[in-house]
Structures are given as C-alpha cells and as structure tokens.
Design a protein around this ligand. Structure first.
Ligand SMILES: [Fe+2]
Length: 200
C-alpha cells in the first residue's frame, strides 16, 4: 500500500522534546495493533533504534527513548488502517503535541512510499532497520536455534536469494544504507547481535 503524504512539515517546533511515556506508547500499540507479528516487528525495530542511539550516537536516556519511540510507533496504523498507513499515526502524534523530530522519522520511514525524505540520522536508521530486520527475522524463524549462532554469511546467502522473503525490497535496503552512510554487513551484524535479545 502506498500513500504519498504530500507534505514535508510535521508537528510543531514548539513541541520539541515532547514524548509519550512508555505506558502511553504501549497503550496506543495495544489499542491499535492486534496482530502479534506486527507488534513484534515494531518492538524489534524499536530495540535496534534504542541500541543504536545509545551505542553509536551516544545519546542519553531521553535521547534513546525518542529513537525507541519512533521505532515502536512507526507501523502503528498498518494493522487496522492500511489505506491510511503512516498518515493516521502522524496525525495522532501531532494531535498529542509530540516532538516533530519523532513524527518526521515516522513520516520518512518509507521515502519511496510516502514521499518524505529521511533527513536526520534517526530518520535514516529507522528506514535502514525496518526492512532489513524483517528479512533477518524471517531467517531466524527457519533456523531451529533462531538467532543463536546466526552468522553474517548465512544472512547474506538468504539476502541474495530473491525468492527468500521476497516482499523485502533489496533495492530499498541498499538505498537506506547509502542514505545512512552505513555498510550493509555492519548493519546485518549489528542486527544479529541485538535483535535476538529483543524477543527474549
Ligand atoms: Fe516497519
């Protein structure tokens, strides 16, 4: 489903720093997302965002939560309102006066679908983790040991097989890597190491 948002400004600058609490975020997810697989995907992406914010961006706890919150909510409207995907959650967060940077990250997580370019590193990493973590999770499901013992070369083999997780667009992944100025192998290794813990 593709929906051009046809706008480039999200939220209001005076709301910078405003976030939802973890409780309010979880409540929104429970309310809106009934599909447990989608919930898991959102939590996995959120965990990766938090790990990246802490380890690579060296952000404090408040900064880490902003990244995590963007991950947690990026697909919140996909389950019940696929024809309004991205639009509905953006409008909800705007109505709740949430930080425009978080809303922009969500709005730009699929630039080829929503027509909003990722600008900040938070935007770019959300785009980068989204599809790639889905492919790696699909691989974990076909391994008896899941993420345990998973290796980069195993993921790369599946990545190169067009028929594996065929809905995961490899061109978009490479686009995301270029925009975020990161290397595919490094991001796969980062995901293997962190994502296994996210579903414990
Ligand atoms: Fe997603």
């Amino acid at each position: 489903m593709s929906l051009l948002l046809k706008r480039s400004v999200f939220g209001k600058p005076e709301n910078a720093g405003n976030v939802l609490s973890r409780e309010a975020t979880n409540e929104l997810i429970e309310d809106w997302v009934k599909n447990p697989r989608l919930q898991l995907h959102m939590k996995q992406v959120a965990h990766l965002m938090k790990c990246w914010a802490a380890e690579k961006e060296k952000l404090d706890e408040a900064g880490q939560w902003r990244w995590e919150m963007a991950g947690l909510l990026h697909d919140a409207d996909w389950d019940q309102w696929p024809d309004q995907h991205c639009k509905k959650i953006i409008e909800e967060l705007e109505a709740r006066n949430i930080d425009p940077e978080i809303i922009h990250a969500i709005a730009s997580h699929g630039p080829n679908h929503f027509g909003v370019e990722p600008e900040t590193q938070m935007d770019k990493m959300l785009f980068a983790f989204d599809e790639l973590s889905g492919l790696i999770h699909a691989y974990s499901l076909m391994r008896p040991e899941g993420y345990t013992g998973m290796e980069l070369k195993g993921v790369k083999k599946r990545y190169k097989e067009k028929s594996f997780a065929a809905n995961v667009n490899r061109d978009e992944i490479m686009d995301a890597m270029t925009r975020a100025n990161v290397v595919l192998d490094d991001i796969i290794s980062f995901i293997i190491q962190r994502q296994g813990l996210a579903i414990a």
